[in-house]
Design a protein around this ligand. Structure first.
Ligand SMILES: [Cu+2]
Length: 115
């Protein structure tokens, strides 16, 4: 079954993204640095709009969720906001897709969508 994702905004400025934030939308911060995401495990609710607020502590990283067809770049000094509404419960891997050094291949985390 094909997953549907409502991508409202990718890599937009915090100012314009703020207009998209609606009451009840969960904001989840995720920070990136060589070679990890923190938190590496993010819990989302099935069917509930969420915004991932991505920041980097050191250099440009990527944030890719292959199963959802989502990706963004995380640039130091900026917030990258990704809006999504998970429509399927389960575990979804996210990873860095911008080569950032020797530990790049292990730089990943997981979205856990709970029903
Ligand atoms: Cu990387």
């Amino acid at each position: 079954m094909q997953r549907r994702v409502f991508l409202l905004a990718a890599a937009v400025t915090a100012a314009s993204a703020a207009k998209l934030v609606q009451a009840g939308t969960n904001e989840t911060p995720i920070s990136a640095k060589k070679f990890e995401f923190h938190p590496a495990e993010v819990h989302l609710k099935l069917g509930q709009p969420a915004i991932l607020v991505l920041t980097s502590e050191d250099r440009i990283h990527g944030f890719k969720v292959p199963d959802l067809g989502l990706r963004a770049e995380i640039v130091p000094g900026q917030e990258t906001r990704l809006a999504l509404t998970p429509d399927k419960a389960g575990r979804i891997v996210f990873l860095c897709d911008v080569f950032c050094g020797d530990g790049h291949e292990e730089m990943e985390g997981i979205l856990i969508v709970e029903a």
